[in-house]
Design a protein around this ligand. Structure first.
Ligand code: NAD
Ligand code: TYD
Length: 354
């Protein structure tokens, strides 16, 4: 079996669902259920013996050690993190706690467990750390995309805390020989994306008749990957990646934010037109830019393609259409998550504009 952390979040829950759709290998899912964790994402697994959910913190050494001793996983996939840049600007402490201290304790518990495995199990064991392209910092307009050898230049408390965790993972390989793998992926989108991130926020606000907030001039570039493609990349790296290596994962889909929002508006105009017949793009509102906003991210996903034969299955056009349809078909999911803590966040971030 495998241990997945953060498997009730956006990418983690997509990963668990896809994993169990493709294999019978059981998953122990350790998730603290912060505001971003949602067991509703995994409702289709209710009663499925292959999925064991445990609510808890990756930073709880005793809990993790107990889970490892009990379930004896052959691999750990670490998704658990605080993941929202804007939240890291308002309150960096949780990011340091989970992304740095939590990852450290998870590594320590893993090292203790791995050290006691027999030689064959030890060699086969993998610790896969899911990270982000944001650790590389910001690119100028004409810079080549990030490769695995780019310098780490994180600019936000989020990316700095992820960079720190990447360094710890690397050190556990070089110092203790732990068979680690790290993936650095670009921006994901797709089902179960919490509606505080750009794409689900825009879909949600558009349908609710609210402003579509564009930070600054909207010309910041992100490289978008459909979440199911990220999950397939992680499965591929877990199966065939070389321990100690890092793999950049991306969709070859660089888009300025404003283009992404225009695309979403056009798809919504077609699939769910406004009652007054006007285009959704009329709801676009320019708001104050994010402090220290990274201008451009772009991923060179050549290494994972050359060495492991992985390529994304979706283009941006196919993936974004599936995503809009998913949100239209799952309004109840959106309504359930856009309560409580989420509303408090929107008030803090966008103030009167929300
Ligand atoms: P998310 O915020 O949607 O989910 C994170 C999950 O981790 C939640 O279920 C939360 O409850 C859980 N969690 C938080 N702190 C925890 C703790 N201390 N112990 C156990 N569980 C805890 O994030 P996501 O978008 O699904 O991202 C998953 C991983 O992928 C993160 O490590 C993130 O850095 C990385 N990543 C995300 C993107 C993206 O575009 N979303 C891109 C590249 C990499
Ligand atoms: P986000 O989804 O928060 O991901 P990240 O910051 O990790 O890239 O934001 C994606 C881009 O969209 C980023 O450049 C910030 C911008 N953005 C807006 O313009 N308006 C918004 O309301 C949000 C949430 C993001």
């Amino acid at each position: 079996m495998i241990l997945v952390t953060g498997g009730a979040g956006f990418i983690g829950s997509n990963f668990v669902l896809d994993w169990l759709a493709q294999s019978d290998e059981p998953v122990v899912n350790l998730d603290a259920l912060t505001y971003a964790g949602n067991l509703e994402n995994l409702a289709s697994l209710q009663g499925d013996q292959r999925h064991v959910f445990v609510q808890g913190d990756i930073g709880d050494f005793a809990l993790v050690a107990g889970l490892l001793a009990k379930h004896r996983p052959r691999a750990i996939v670490n998704f658990a993190a605080e993941s929202h840049v804007d939240r890291s600007i308002h309150g960096p402490e949780d990011f340091v706690q989970t992304n740095i201290v939590g990852s450290f304790r998870l590594l320590e518990a893993t090292r203790a467990y791995w050290g006691c495995l027999d030689a064959t199990e030890k060699a086969a064991f993998r610790f896969l750390h899911v990270s982000t392209d944001e650790v590389y910092g910001s690119l100028a307009k004409d810079d080549p995309p990030f490769s695995e050898t780019n310098r780490y230049e994180p600019n936000s408390p989020y990316s700095a805390s992820k960079a720190a965790s990447d360094h710890l993972v690397r050190a556990y390989h070089h110092t203790y020989g732990l068979p680690v793998l790290t993936t650095n992926c670009s921006n994901n989108y797709g089902p179960y994306h919490f509606p505080e991130k750009l794409i689900p926020l825009v879909i949600h606000n558009a349908l609710a008749g609210k402003p579509l907030p564009i930070y600054g001039d909207g010309q910041q570039v992100r490289d978008w990957l459909y979440v199911k493609d990220h999950c397939s990349a992680i499965r591929r790296v877990l199966a065939a990646g070389r321990p100690g290596e890092t793999y950049n994962v991306g969709g070859w889909n660089e888009k300025p934010n404003l283009d992404v929002v225009h695309t979403l508006c056009a798809i919504l105009d077609e699939l769910s037109p406004r009652p007054d017949g006007k285009p959704y793009r009329e709801q676009i509102t320019y708001v104050t830019d994010r402090p220290g906003h990274d201008r451009r991210y772009a991923i060179d996903a050549g290494k994972i393609e050359r060495e492991l034969g992985w390529k994304p299955a979706e283009t941006f056009e196919t993936g974004i259409r599936k995503t809009v349809r998913w949100y239209l078909d799952n309004q109840a999911w959106v309504a359930n998550v856009t309560s409580g803590a989420y509303r408090d966040w929107v008030g803090k971030q966008y103030g009167a504009q929300s």
